[in-house]
Design a protein around this ligand. Sequence first.
Ligand code: 5GP
Ligand code: SF4
Ligand code: MG
Length: 488
Amino acid sequence: MEEACGVFGIYAPGVEVASLVFDGIFALQHRGQESAGIAVSDNVSITVVKDLGLVTRVFDKNTLQSLSGCIGLGHVRYSTAGKKDWMSAQPAYRSAGEVGFALGHNGNLTNVEELASLANMLPGVFTSDSDIVAELISQRINFLQSQQVPDTKDSFESNDTTCVPEENDKNNLLLAALFDILPRTQGAFSFGLIDANQLIAIRDPNGFRPLCLGKLPSGNNSPTSYAIASESPALDIVGADFIREIQPGEVLVIDEAGLRSYFPFPKEQIKPSLCLFEFVYFARPDAVLCGSEVHATRLRMGMHLAMQAPADADLVIGVPDSGVPAAEGFAMQSGIPYGQGLVKNRYIGRTFITPNQKARTDAVRRKLNPLKENVKGKRLVVVDDSIVRGTTIRQIVSILRDVGATEVHLRVSSPPFKWPCFYGIDTPSREELLAAKYTEEEMMDILDVDSISYLSLESLFAAVNVGRNGFCDACLTGNYPTKIPVTL
Ligand code: 5GP
Ligand code: SF4
Ligand code: MG
């Protein structure tokens, strides 16, 4: 049920937003290819369309036209084996009496059992962690509505008395329910929510997954319009200007009265831990994270790698797409020419997602084909962003050797991936993680390479260039910033 996804939301009075939401989630397609969905509110009710498959498969002109309204929420979902059914596609929708709302989630909750029992949901009844949260919110809204005069005071004050609702939010049932539920949810969550009249953006107290806020240009008399997105390129594409990142632990309400920001989590829970792999692999190269364009960060990773682990070689190649910027950086720093060694079929999604080993191996072959003349007779530096199971790189080395590469020096632009992630990246168990099982010597043998080097954690932080604090590096160090659901 683990998932790492993309979320996009928009609040734009007077504008039909469905096609903008489409553009937003299309820009986030790399974060999830399993299902896509859009919910739109016309200030009265919410309509949701979602299905399995890519954004362009789920939506066409007609479906978008059927989604009328000026508040929208979109989602793309990524998961591995397990539930890939329609039911777990998002946004999740609930109607709780007077209040209908839709929720989109990027991340993974670590106390699912506890939350499910809190919601009185039997094992197997819920389809995903996100679905449980939607259910809890809906139950809380129902409870509030069951009171003669809904008393939101308890909800607002349940955890942090400094979090007093502003006048506009005294009767905001969705927000009151969130204040009650959120402090009980553990793990990684960047949420987008809409109801008939508002857009809400939430980042967990660790801020594991990114989420940013943008503003759309508006005419003199029209109200200000805002958008939220997992990554900044989705804002660029709809013409929104990046304003800022949502803060870890922040709940941001956007409605006709403007923006209001709350911090309903206990202060001691706030511990910024942005996923380092957003920089290494996940985010688009044109995304801006912590003030840096990710592409530049990846170039620096390659440069540090070249300083740290030089190689005697004729050509530097990158494993498309995510290994390419680091390969360029390696070439720049080392003076060894950069070239292409592999051509990628652009119409194939990320191979990591394919469920079994045989299918994953075939997928790599189908996806990458060598440039024989470039590779033949050369001593190569091959740069990839990460090794997880080793499937990708093992195939690639064999492809390159088949067409006459004389030496292969593998350089990885992140430290060894040794620990599973519980925060929204579906990683295999420790037994399947190559670097957890084998020494570098053994890996040279398994992968059939002449040398292997990883970027050190120090150098990775140096490349990211915003200090050492505020990041999660658990899959590299085993230092989990929160309680995890299993003992390793
Ligand atoms: P492997 O083939 O070693 O199991 O996976 C590593 C490759 O998959 C790399 O080329 C990396 O770009 C890609 N990849 C796809 N999804 C993920 C992910 O969730 N985490 C990491 N670290 N790499 C991934
Ligand atoms: Fe990211 Fe690794 Fe932390 Fe997971 S464990 S959130 S992949 S840094
Ligand atoms: Mg890759």
